[in-house]
Design a protein around this ligand. Structure first.
Ligand SMILES: [Zn+2]
Length: 412
């Protein structure tokens, strides 16, 4: 409320604005306010877009967001004229590997993917990376699970060798392992629940007691658990253990209505990784099951499994994943929600990210055109703001229109 009053007071003055020319990015002192004016705003909540919107950013957070005729522009604002463009929350890729790479994180951030969730990396390397590469606006925010938690001889040790994994041998050891990983910097836990259907061989998997203990440890520390599954036979173990999201679409057979309903009732998200399944020759079943899941009311978060398999992976904006989601019947608005609010949720960041609402961290990107009518517009990135810092500015150097007088209400 106090912030709103500040903005209201400031709008009583004639706002002093200046155009943001086509400069590249932040170089020095940040202005007190950055304001995006005149664009179509999709706030990530799934609500209808706001035309001719104003988005006010201050101190790395969103101060106000709403229609121009009800949202004041503070004095001393740096104004970005985004007419004809669409303003979106920073996207997530909620299933990647190779997140311990400054170059990869920069490539994602430049395309508007301002957060990635790494679901399998080496435990020690994660600690080292975090020491030498602390968070920086030019790099995508790294949410990391550390290694997959499995059992001796379990996935991904079979069939891929032992990298990116750690084993548990008892319920007590599961508790110790979960606590150790979280103590050492993991943001969430990743369980490997893979009994081998898709690999044509039986693979040992942890017990329900072990899986449940790991979920209990994570939830006790206010974080979440993602479960690798690839087939319907492993669904029950994941759901019985109480995981928060499923890290690949099941592709062994069609999902049943009852299975979809249980996942919905259990409030579990699905990260389908369609790009992986395209690569692995399972595209048709993955798309068909995603279609069933969405039709049944399932909640989807966007993630690709970047470099989790030998493929020609897409870095940056995950258009392959987005086009396959559209092929599964998801609307552009559903896809945007999957890449923003729903992905923030499985990353345990929904309180700070995923939507353009007052109080949230200012991760914002702007594209030319309207992704609701043409998803390829997502490739035409004109502006990226990460934690309030401009990290890419390819706006034309237009002079913005003068702000309208204050009309008594801020926000929306
Ligand atoms: Zn993966």
């Amino acid at each position: 409320m106090r912030q709103r009053n500040v903005v209201l007071a400031l709008t009583l003055f004639c706002a002093m604005v200046h155009a943001a020319p086509g400069s590249s990015a932040d170089t020095g002192d940040a202005p007190p306010y950055r304001v995006l004016v005149g664009g179509r705003m999709i706030d990530g909540t799934g609500a209808d877009p706001v035309e001719d919107a104003v988005l006010v950013i201050s101190g790395g957070r969103i101060l106000a967001a709403g229609p121009r005729d009800t949202t004041g522009i503070p004095i001393l604002s740096e104004v970005f004229d985004v007419r004809g463009m669409t303003v979106l929350p920073g996207f997530f890729n909620a299933h990647v590997h190779r997140g311990l790479s400054a170059a990869n994180l920069e490539a994602w951030a430049r395309e508007g993917v301002t957060t990635v969730r790494d679901l399998g990396c080496d435990e020690r390397s994660l600690a080292i990376f975090r020491t030498y590469f602390p968070p920086q606006p030019r790099r995508s925010r790294l949410v990391a699970a550390g290694p997959l938690i499995t059992v001796p001889g379990g996935y991904p040790i079979v069939p891929f060798g032992g990298s990116w994994s750690t084993v548990v041998t008892s319920v007590n050891h599961a508790r110790e392992t979960g606590e150790r990983l979280l103590d050492n910097g993991a943001d969430l836990l990743k369980l490997a629940l893979e009994t081998g259907t898709m690999f044509g061989q039986p693979i040992p998997v942890m017990t329900l007691g072990e899986a449940g203990m790991l979920v209990g440890v994570a939830h006790g520390r206010d974080t979440v658990v993602s479960a690798h599954i690839t087939s319907t036979v492993d669904l029950d173990l994941a759901l019985d253990a109480g995981v928060d999201d499923l890290a690949h679409m099941a592709v062994d057979r069609w999902l049943t209505t009852d299975e979809v309903q249980r996942i919905v009732d259990d409030d579990v998200s699905w990260v389908p990784t369609l790009e992986l399944w395209l690569c692995a020759g399972r595209r048709a079943m993955a798309v068909a099951n995603l279609r069933r899941f969405v039709a049944g009311g399932g909640r989807v978060a966007l993630g690709t499994d970047y470099e989790g398999y030998t493929c020609d992976w897409e870095l940056g904006m995950p258009m392959t994943e987005i086009r396959l989601m559209a092929e599964a019947g998801m609307t552009p608005m559903q896809i945007i929600a999957a890449a923003t609010l729903n992905a923030a949720r499985v990353s345990n960041l929904e309180h700070d990210l995923g939507t353009l609402e007052p109080g949230k961290v200012a991760d914002v990107f702007v594209v030319e055109g309207d992704p609701l009518s043409d998803l390829d517009a997502l490739l035409d990135v004109r502006l990226v703001i990460h934690e309030g810092t401009v990290i890419r500015n390819a706006l034309p150097g237009r002079i913005p229109p003068p702000p309208r007088p204050a009309s008594g209400r801020v926000g929306g």
